[in-house]
Design a protein around this ligand. Sequence first.
Ligand code: NAG
Ligand code: NAG
Ligand code: NAG
Ligand code: NAG
Length: 462
Amino acid sequence: MKFITSSILTPLAGLLSVVNGLTLDVSSADSVKSVTSTLAYDMMTYYSGNQTGQVPGILPGPCESTACYYWWEAGAMFASLINYWQYTGDSTYNPVVSQALAFQIGPDENYNPPNQSKNMGVDDQAFWAFAALDAAEANFPEAGGDIPSWIALVQAVFNFQKDLWDDATCGGGMRWQVYSFNAGYNLKNTISNGGNFQLAARLAYYTGNQSYADWAVQMWDWMAASPLFQTQDGNLYIWDNTNTDNNCIDVAHYAWTYNYGTMLMGAAYMYNFTNGDAMWEQRVQDILNGAYLLFFPTEYGGNVMSEFQCEPASNCNNDQSSFKAYLSRWMAVTTLLVPSTYDTIMPKLTASAAAAAQQCTGGDNGRMCGRRWYASWDGTSGVGQQMQALSVIGATQINSGIAPKSIKTGGTSKGDPNAGSDANASPSVTTSKITTADKAGAGILTVLCIFIVIGGSVWIIL
Ligand SMILES: *[C@@H]1O[C@H](CO)[C@@H](O)[C@H](O)[C@H]1NC(C)=O
Ligand SMILES: *[C@@H]1O[C@H](CO)[C@@H](O)[C@H](O)[C@H]1NC(C)=O
Ligand SMILES: *[C@@H]1O[C@H](CO)[C@@H](O)[C@H](O)[C@H]1NC(C)=O
Ligand SMILES: *[C@@H]1O[C@H](CO)[C@@H](O)[C@H](O)[C@H]1NC(C)=O
C-alpha cells in the first residue's frame, strides 16, 4: 500500500540541504516569483497529459500502482497553477491548464466524466469545480469553442450535487460517493459536504444570487448540528466523517487541514456576501482558531503549518500530501474577504512559506520538496509535496489587486443557472458492479486511512 512504503526516510537528506535547495526571501516578490517558477516547473514534470497520445487532465495512474494520483488531485493542481499565474504574472502554464479543464468536463459538462464514475465522490467533483471557480474569479481566459463558461461549469456541478441531498439518513447532508455501488457510499464526510458548501458560497458571491447563499446556509446548519462539528473547551473541532449505517451518531476523530480550509473558505465568502454579517465573522474566527491550535503546533514555533495526523509518523498518502496546499490558498483568500483576519493569518503564511522552502532539497535535482515543513527533507516527493510548497509560497503575494472577482466587480464569466440541469444525477444509477478492492483508496481518502492511521499516529482523543 503506497502510503506505507512511500515513507522511507533518507538519512542523507539533511546533509544535502547545505549545498542544494531553494533560496527564498519571503519579503521579495522577485524571490517568490523565481522560487515558485521552479516549484511549478518541477510539479509539472509529473504531468504528461498535454503530450501527443496522452489524456489531458490526468496525472499518472491508475491508483493500483505506487506513483499514482487520483483524478481530483489533478483538478487541484490546475487550480494551483491559476493561482500561480495570479501571484506572479507568469502565464506559461495557462494553455495547459485551459486544455485540461476543458477536456475533463464530461458529456454532461459538469465534471463527471464516465472514466471517473467508479470513483466519483462529491469531493472529487468539487475540486475540479474549485479550479473552474478560480478561473472565473481571476478572469482567466475562457476555454472558448463549445466549452461552457467557467462559471456555468460550476453551476452545472452545483445543479448536479443539489440532487444528492439525502434526507433519508442523518437528517440531511450528502453522501461521500455519488454512486451507491462505490465503497464509501455509507459515509457523509466533511470534504464532500464542506466542498459543496464552499461551491454554494462562492456561487452566491460571484453571481449575487441569493438561492446559492440559502443553500450554503442549509448545508452549514446540517454540518454544524452533526457530529462532524464538535466544540470542546471553547475550541471548534471539525472531524472527518460520519456513518449513515448508524445514522451518524458518532464520528471518525481525524482532523485534516483541508476540512478546516473548505469550511473557512465558504464561511469567508458568506461573510463577504452578507456584507459583513457578524455571525459569519465569528464562524470564520472559530474555524481559524481551531486550525491554529491543531495545525500550527507550538513545538514548531506556532506559525508553521503541519498535517499532524500523518507527517510525524511519515504515513501521509498522495492525497494527504497535498492538503496543506488548500488550507494555504484558502487562508490567503480569507485575508481579502474578511479583512479582520489579515493580521493573524499573514505571519502564519509567511513563516510556513519560509519553512516549506528550506526543506526542498531532495530528489535528483536537489530541490524537490517533502511534506514536513518543520524539519529537513523527509525523503518523499510528489505532486502534492510540490503543490503544497507552491501554494504556500505563492500565498505570500496575496493582495487586494487579485481579490476574487464577481459579476459586480468585473468578473466576465457568463453564468447559466440552469447549466447541466438535464444531466442524470440519480445516485442509484447502476453500471458494472465495482468491487471493494477495485475501489480501495479511491475518491479522496478516508476509508483506508481510518483503519491504517489508527495506532500509527497522533490523533486527538477528547
Ligand atoms: C506540455 O506542457 C509543458 C509545460 O508543463 C510544456 O513545456 C510542453 O511544451 C507542453 N507540450 C506540448 C506537446 O504542448
Ligand atoms: C477516457 O479514457 C479513454 C481511454 O483511456 C481516453 O481515450 C479518453 O480520452 C478519456 N476521457 C477523458 C475525459 O479523460
Ligand atoms: C438563482 O439560482 C437559482 C438556483 O440555481 C435558479 O433557479 C435561479 O434561476 C437563479 N436566479 C437568477 C436570477 O439567475
Ligand atoms: C469583501 O471583499 C472585498 C474584496 O477583498 C473587500 O474589499 C471588502 O472590504 C470585503 N467586505 C467586507 C464586508 O469585509
